[in-house]
Design a binder for this molecule. Structure first.
Ligand code: ACM
Length: 543
């Protein structure tokens, strides 16, 4: 516990009555069905938590993590056992969906049913939110003498299977500890996809054994600030990257929290840092390429007609496949100017060879080769590819791609669905939560003009008015966080919270139950969570 948390403990001790009131039932995301009963459940040392048998003992693992964290926060020690009676009893109900759960709490005990470990995990997350927020933060509060919970009956499952958050570490690098804090707050809100934007013009952040210069050269640049308008390069040496051991550590951390990591290697645009390391992958191998010091869209892109570049992409995918035991790899595809291809003899020849209609078709051709490479792997190593919605401007025939819709997101998602492609909604406005959340001049420097208020983020309705026949292609929602201006973890957290909670609710809660005024009321309790866990957050809607 750091100093800030100790002080928080004192503040909460003084206001204990208020916090007892406030802890009533303020759940985010709001469950699909809930009734509030009478009475409460009181936790006591030595109570039994009975868990069901499950392949690989993975429900036991969920219980062990819960009881360890719970004990740390409350001092209450639970006894785990495999069968019999107990104060907390978990049972398998195969009828429930993969992330669904049923939770009943009351004076007689706690019952949890789920079909899969993820369902039990989410039930425990809900259970933590039924308690004072130091419990979700995993921080002790010595001022509480009795730990109790209101009586509720909840039957819950998410609206969407994809509930994501993207962090750009290409522009600025935050490091392992901050990424873990991001994963912690994600799972507090039942988000389940961490889209890790690991490469950019301004920095390459993941060790790739076959191409060591990516991190020897591509992870470092000569300015901490990224030039734009009145912001000038400052000449400071700046950078950082994740070793493969770091990646494995983060992967384990995410898996324990039922979060899949979606690594993104942005190709063929936003690729200048890699070209600084390996100029032979560019359209101008004889020229000097540098890790970019500016914001914006660079015209210095990968030469997609070069066999070396195609091999590079396949090699990188091979290492990603080993490192990330999940379903998806994001291959970028946004904002890739075609000018360099138009002026390059290899690209001109490829254009003719494949009978392209426009230079953008070279991008689809490039992705098709990557997909063929993946499809030739054994089943356990196959991954689905995702790309930003610009790919819809290329020939997508034969591409099994999920389209991440950001620019003109609603129209792009619909176009993807009409082509039979899965899609994820991450609309630039209002889901780019690195943008300003108010017009107040004290806001940290970031993009946008204050249009992405908590209310605007909350009120975006995913798939509004979409024809029922297309809805199966809509896989979920995602908040994105770009870091051109954001350098410090505190600024990241300040802009991310509480807006991440608003996006999480769009991904989980049925639209018919979502009301902004009700959300803001429930959100008030989250200030305690942010304070206990020492997160910075935007205070605009807190009383
Ligand atoms: C993007 O915002 N360029 C995906």
């Amino acid at each position: 516990m750091n100093i800030k948390q100790t002080l928080m403990g004192l503040v909460l001790a003084v206001t204990a009555t208020i916090s007892t009131e406030a802890q009533q039932v303020s759940l985010i995301p709001l469950p699909a069905e809930m009734t509030i009963g009478s009475g409460s459940f009181v936790w006591k040392d030595g109570q039994k938590l009975v868990y069901p048998a499950y392949a690989g003992d993975s429900v036991l693992a969920v219980c062990q993590r819960f009881s360890t964290d719970f004990e740390k926060a409350t001092g209450v020690e639970l006894k785990l056992k495999k069968r019999g009676q107990g104060a907390v009893v978990l049972k398998i109900d195969e009828q429930l969906g993969p992330e669904a759960y049923r939770l009943t709490t009351g004076p007689d005990g706690i019952r949890i049913e789920a079909a899969r470990p993820a369902g039990f995990f989410y039930a425990f997350q809900t259970l933590k939110q039924l308690m004072p927020r130091n419990v979700m933060a995993g921080v002790p509060d010595a001022s509480v003498k009795t730990w109790s919970m209101p009586a509720v009956t909840i039957t819950d499952q998410p609206r969407y299977g994809w509930r994501g958050f993207m962090l750009d570490e290409g522009r600025h690098f935050f490091g392992k500890e901050e990424v873990k804090r991001v994963l912690d707050v994600m799972c507090a809100y039942k988000l389940n996809r961490f889209h890790w934007h690991l490469t950019e013009d301004q920095g390459w952040r993941i060790e790739i054994k076959k191409y060591p210069r990516l991190t020897e050269v591509g992870a470092w640049r000569n300015s901490r600030l990224l030039a734009w308008g009145d912001v000038k390069p400052d000449g400071q040496r700046y950078g950082g990257f994740y070793t493969q051991d770091d990646i494995r550590e983060i992967v384990d951390y995410a898996r324990e929290r039922f979060i899949e990591i979606v690594p993104e290697i942005d190709m063929p645009g936003h690729f200048q840092a890699a070209l600084a390391a390996y100029p032979e992958l560019s359209c101008t191998p004889d020229q000097k390429h540098e890790v970019w010091l500016r914001q914006g869209v660079s015209g210095d892109v990968m030469n997609v007609a070069s066999p070396k570049a195609v091999q590079f992409a396949k090699d990188v995918i091979d290492e990603l496949t080993e490192l990330f035991p999940f379903n998806y790899i994001h291959i970028g595809g946004d904002e890739c100017p075609t000018r360099a291809w138009e002026n390059n003899a290899e690209c001109q020849a490829l254009f003719k060879e494949i009978g392209a209609e426009k230079y953008r078709d070279l991008q689809g051709h490039f992705y098709r080769q990557l997909q063929a490479h993946i499809k030739a792997k054994p089943a356990a190593q196959q991954r689905h590819l995702i790309a930003w919605n610009e790919i819809l401007g290329s020939n997508t025939d034969g591409l099994d791609l999920t389209v991440m819709a950001w620019v003109g997101a609603d129209a792009a998602a619909k176009a993807a669905a009409q082509r039979g492609m899965n899609t994820i909604l991450s609309p630039q406005i209002p889901y780019y939560i690195n943008r300003r959340q108010s017009k107040d001049p004290s806001e940290p420097r970031s993009q946008g003009y204050g249009t992405e208020t908590v209310e605007a983020v909350y009120n975006y309705q995913p798939a509004k008015g979409v024809d029922a026949s297309l809805l199966p292609y809509y896989k979920g929602v995602q908040a994105n966080f770009w870091t051109e201006y954001v350098i410090e973890p505190d600024t990241l957290e300040y802009l991310m919270l509480p807006r991440l909670a608003a996006v999480a609710e769009a991904g989980w809660t049925p639209q018919a139950l979502r009301r902004y005024d009700d959300f803001v009321q429930r959100l008030q309790a989250e200030a305690d969570y942010y304070k206990w866990a020492d997160y910075e957050y935007g205070k605009h809607v807190f009383k």
